[in-house]
Design a protein around this ligand. Structure first.
Ligand code: 1GP
Length: 231
């Protein structure tokens, strides 16, 4: 499981305490990023996290402004569910030299926004529409097009704070047809939803909002997860 930290939403002084809680949980990765980073604080957040943890820190950027050489890797995202060139290729071009000159592990990722039941920040910022979860064929075709275009990961995103996470039937369908890893996130707030996503075939599940709402959430996940044998 990956914990998502949005630099815009976290107070930097809280990070050491937060990391202790993350260490109690089953998290294997920390993702850092957000649809916006108005105060340009991503680098400071990464630096503070690196002081406190040896878990891999992966940038999950909302734009080319969110590249930090201090992290371990970057999801080099292309919003392939949308048709806005800004998020298909323009931001990537803007970030390219900085990424090239960094030591970041580059993880080319096909990012697919599906409808999570309310307008997401990704939808608002990218001005691109999510794919309806009833249109499983389009979601699958988009994921396959991502793999065939050379993406190394597909990320199925219902949007941060989604009312409806990605349906298990969608996760299974995409997973069965891909040969590359599948990340799933958006709206996962309970252990049941987490286990459902993994059982359906997610390789990594990302959780942000549930942890922001209740910092004890991952401790609960740890205790129950051991019981249910998730890792
Ligand atoms: C959003 O997939 C992530 O990009 C996590 O979503 O904040 O709803 O957990 P939540």
């Amino acid at each position: 499981m990956a914990v998502l930290i949005d630099p815009e939403k976290i107070e930097i002084e809280r990070l050491p305490t937060l990391v202790k809680l993350i260490h109690l949980s089953i998290a294997t990765h920390i993702f850092v990023g957000g649809s916006t980073d108005k105060n340009n604080c991503i680098e400071n957040v990464v630096i503070e996290l690196k002081k406190a943890t040896s878990l891999p820190i992966i940038i999950f950027p909302g734009s080319a402004n969110q590249v930090s050489n201090k992290a371990d890797g970057i999801l080099f995202l292309s919003l392939i569910s949308g048709r806005n060139p800004e998020y298909l290729i323009e931001q990537q071009v803007q970030a390219a030299i900085q990424v090239k000159e960094s030591n970041l592990e580059v993880l080319p990722t096909g990012y697919i926004l599906v409808d999570g039941g309310k307008e997401s920040a990704v939808e608002r910022v990218s001005t691109s529409k999510p794919i309806c979860q009833t249109n499983s064929e389009l979601i699958l075709k988009t994921a396959l097009a991502g793999e065939f275009s050379g993406k190394k990961i597909i990320y199925l995103e219902a949007g941060s704070g989604a009312k409806t996470p990605v349906k298990s039937s969608i996760i299974s369908l995409v997973k069965e047809n891909l040969t590359i890893p599948l990340i799933v996130g958006g709206g996962i707030q309970t252990l049941h939803q987490l286990t459902t996503a993994y059982t359906a075939g997610a390789d990594l599940v990302v959780i942000g909002t549930a942890f922001e709402k209740d910092p004890a959430f991952f401790n609960i996940i740890k205790k129950e997860a051991i019981h249910e044998n998730i890792s």
